[in-house]
Design a protein around this ligand. Sequence first.
Ligand SMILES: [Zn+2]
Ligand SMILES: [Zn+2]
Length: 388
Amino acid sequence: MSMQAVVYQGPNDVAIEEVEEPELEHPNDVLIDITTSAICGSDLHMYEGRTSADPGIVFGHENMGTVTEVGEGVDTLEEGDRIVAPFNVACGFCQNCENGYTGFCTNVNPGFAGGAYGYVAMGPYTGGQAEQLRVPYADFNALKLPEGDEHEDAFALLADIFPTGWHGTRLADLQPGESIAVFGAGPVGMMAAYSADLQGASEVYIVDRVPSRLELAEENCNATAINFEEGDPVEQIIDEHGAMVDKGVDAVGYQAIDPETDPGDDAYDPARENPAVVLNQLIQTVRPTGKIGVPGLYVPSDPGGPTEMAQQGRLGIDFGKLFEKGLAFGTGQCNVKQYNRELRDMIISGKADPSWVVSHRVDLDEAPEMYEAFDKREEGVTKVLLEP
Ligand SMILES: [Zn+2]
Ligand SMILES: [Zn+2]
C-alpha cells in the first residue's frame, strides 16, 4: 500500500511522491492518520541543501493525528485517540530521558544523542508530511488531546515550536518582571516572545528584518519590534530600554544574517551570513551575569558555510566579552516532553492560544509551493500547516 508524502529531491526541491505506508515495527508502536503536520524553519536547512540530507527523505517532524493501529505492547492508547507527537523521538528509559532530556535520548539514534522524525542524522524515523506516520515508543511519545477537532492549529504547534520557544526562555532562566531580547521573528522566535509574555516578562524585544513578522509579534506578544535593517539592533534595544536587557534568546541559529552586509537583491544571499553574529549581538545586549537561551540551530558541519571555519561549525564568538560579563549560555534542542503537557492544558483552558502564528493551512499537495514561499520568507508566510 502506498501513500502521498513530501519527499526531498535535492536543494530547493521537494515533491509529492507515493511512498510505502508505515507499518507497526515494534510492539510499542502506533500508527496514526495525520490530521495536521507543519513545515518548520529547520526543514529549510535541509531544503536549501545546507545539510548532508540525501534525496528521498520524507520530511516532517511536527505531527499530529488519529491513532489507527496499536501495537500489542501499547498500554495507554487506543484506536481513535487524537495525539500530537513531540518532534523528538525518545525511548523514555535511557539516562537522558529519565532526567527529562528527551531531546538527547541515547537509544533512538545510535552514535548520536537525540532522534526526530524526517530529519537528516536524527535516526531512521520517517517524517509525517504524509498521510500516515509510525510513532515509536508510543506510550511515552504520544500526548493525548481532547476528542474532536477543536484547537487543531494550536495543538499542532505543541510538536515543536511552542515548546521550543518556551524552552528558549527557560534556557535563559527568564523570571517574572525581567526584560528579554529575542533575536529572530520566525515561528520559534515569535513563540519565544509569546512565552516570555505569558511568563510575565516586563519587556520583550524582538529582532528581525521582515516587517510583517515584527508586526505579528508586536500584536500578539506585547513585544517591541526592532528591525535590524534599520540600524544596529544592539544599539536600538539598549536605547529603547535605557540599559542592557536581563535575558536573551537566539531563535535564529547559524544561518544568521549580518546587518553590516548589504541586502542587495537577495536579502537571504548566503554571502550575508555570519553564523556568530546573533550570539555576539546577544553578548552585547544582555546585562552582566544575564543568561542567553539558544534554541536556534547550530551544526557541527555546514558545507555551505560562508568561511572555512563556519563550514566546520566553528564560530568566532566574543568569548572574552562573554567571560568579562559572566554571561551564561543554555543551548540545545527542546526536550518537548518537559513542556507539552502543561502547554496543552494552557491551550485547553484558554490561557494560551499560539495559533495566531499560523498563516496557512493548505492541502499536502501544495507543500512544494509553500516550501518555496516560506524559504523566501515571503511577507505573510509565517507558519504553514499541511493537511493530507
Ligand atoms: Zn520544527
Ligand atoms: Zn531515551
